[in-house]
Design a protein around this ligand. Structure first.
Ligand code: PEP
Ligand code: CO
Length: 446
């Protein structure tokens, strides 16, 4: 059957909100369809090309950002802090391992969340679970949790504003490699991770001076002055995604122009479901989460639907197994995908299989377990001779206390001191840098 952007409506769609007013939803969606694209097909294609490099073992994907972005947290300084930590991690990875790093934010559109349970309870009140600011508010009261279609338009506006900032930060002077010291945030600089980063930054500055002294015109080198930074989010709310999908003039290709890359979550990737139907027809690079219960036949089905032409860069499989399972469950999946010839990027999400609730009631993760899952991921790929193509991390540029551990250790009893996430616990800037160093070491040993 010929694919169209809206034909997913004929398939079962998991994790969609109960919109109370279908007429209001239709009118918001119609308005959204008339808006200009947030990203452009040529940018999307350049990400596919970069990912093709990772599929061939010549690049490494760093996909990172909030679990759920907040409508209340898109100030220039907040966006800049998130960008800084991702740029820092990329510098550490590139400088230490010599492998080009693809920088892909979970940013400028990550507003919809799948939930394990449709409702949540606090004391005597049971309400619909929080599904992201694109749907409703996170406050725990009946009115706040009512899905409001006007939020689709707000999500578009905030994405546009965030993308505008990202474009100016990454294409203007801020991302110039000569600014490498300025990406170290004040509260990080004095920490062991920050000091270690300063050493790398100073070496880069020295190398730049050396090149300038040799007569190389650094100002003319685009790669030193600008950064390619792409955006991604979970393609969960299908009406929003379809409304922003357009056919490229004079071609057969459709692009979902809400972000460069879209991924499908663990709870919505049924091969015969609406999400996979939608993603199968767009030309963007696609990510697919792969949890510990995935069977090889299900995974091969997904690869066949999402990447029938076996094009490098089209499909990134994001494993999220949990640190104590990855070494057993990942190898048969990697082998099956290789045997069938799918040139995927394998990336490791070490966050979602390692979440637990602490004794004092906080959803959290241990940095040590996060790092152990990444180590297991590298071990599996090394044993099979395949390329560990990237990591997928939930982080923030702020000094939060949401995940346990790190060299400036966050202890269980400190979790409540700066626990700000509206969904899953994120690594803070120091823990993120720590992780980048550990990944760099694994890449060097690989
Ligand atoms: C997520 O990436 O925030 C998420 C919900 O992941 P998963 O679908 O892997 O559970
Ligand atoms: Co999450």
């Amino acid at each position: 059957m010929v694919w169209t952007p809206w034909d997913w409506t004929e398939y079962p769609a998991a994790q969609q909100p109960d919109w109370p007013d279908p007429v209001a939803l239709e009118s918001a969606t119609k308005e959204l369809s008339s808006y200009p694209p947030l990203v452009f097909p040529n940018e999307v294609r350049s990400l596919t090309e970069a990912l093709a490099g990772a599929a061939r073992g010549r690049a490494f994907l760093l996909q990172a950002g909030d679990c759920a972005e907040s409508f209340y947290d898109h100030s220039a300084s907040s966006v800049k802090r998130r960008l800084k930590v991702i740029l820092q991690m990329a510098v550490v990875l590139t400088y230490s391992s010599g492998v080009p790093v693809i920088k892909l934010g979970r940013m400028a559109g990550q507003y919809a969340k799948p939930r394990s349970s449709p409702t949540e309870k606090f004391r005597d009140l049971e309400l619909p679970s929080f599904r992201g600011h694109i749907i409703h508010d996170d406050a725990f009261d009946v009115e706040a949790r009512r899905p409001d279609p006007q939020r689709l338009l707000q999500a578009y506006d905030i994405s546009a504003a965030t993308l505008n900032l990202l474009r100016s930060f990454t294409k203007g002077g801020f991302s110039d490699l000569s600014q490498v010291h300025n990406w170290n945030q004040e509260f990080v600089a004095a920490s062991p991770e920050g000091e270690r980063y300063e050493v790398v930054a100073s070496e880069i500055t020295r190398a730049l001076k050396f090149m300038a002294a040799c007569g190389i015109d650094l100002g003319a080198e685009r790669a030193l002055g600008q950064v390619d930074f792409w955006t991604s989010h979970e393609a969960l709310l299908l009406g929003y995604e379809s409304a922003l999908t357009q056919q490229e003039p004079n071609t057969d290709s459709f692009y979902d122009l809400s972000a460069h890359m879209l991924w499908v979550g663990e709870r919505t990737r049924q091969p015969d479901g609406a999400h996979i139907r939608f993603l199968s027809g767009i030309s963007n690079p696609i990510g697919c989460k792969v949890g510990p219960k995935t069977t090889t036949s299900e995974l091969i089905d997904l690869c066949s639907i999402l990447d029938p032409k076996q094009r490098p860069g089209r499909l990134t499989l994001i494993s999220r197994m949990g640190h104590n399972q990855i070494r057993e469950v990942l190898p048969p999946l990697v082998e099956a995908v290789r045997k069938e010839g799918f040139p995927v990027v394998w990336a490791c999400d070490p966050m979602h299989g390692n979440t637990f609730v602490s004794d004092n009631g906080f959803k959290t993760r241990r940095l040590e377990e996060v790092l152990d899952e990444i180590k297991g991921f590298f071990e599996v790929h090394r044993a099979l001779g395949t390329w560990p193509g990237g990591v997928h991390i939930e982080l923030t540029g702020d000094d939060v206390t949401e995940c346990l551990g790190g060299s400036a250790e966050v202890m269980m009893e400190e979790l409540d001191s700066n626990y700000n996430t509206i969904c899953d616990p994120r690594l803070n800037a120091k823990q993120s840098l720590d992780l980048a160093y550990r990944v760099a070491e694994l890449l060097i040993d690989n």
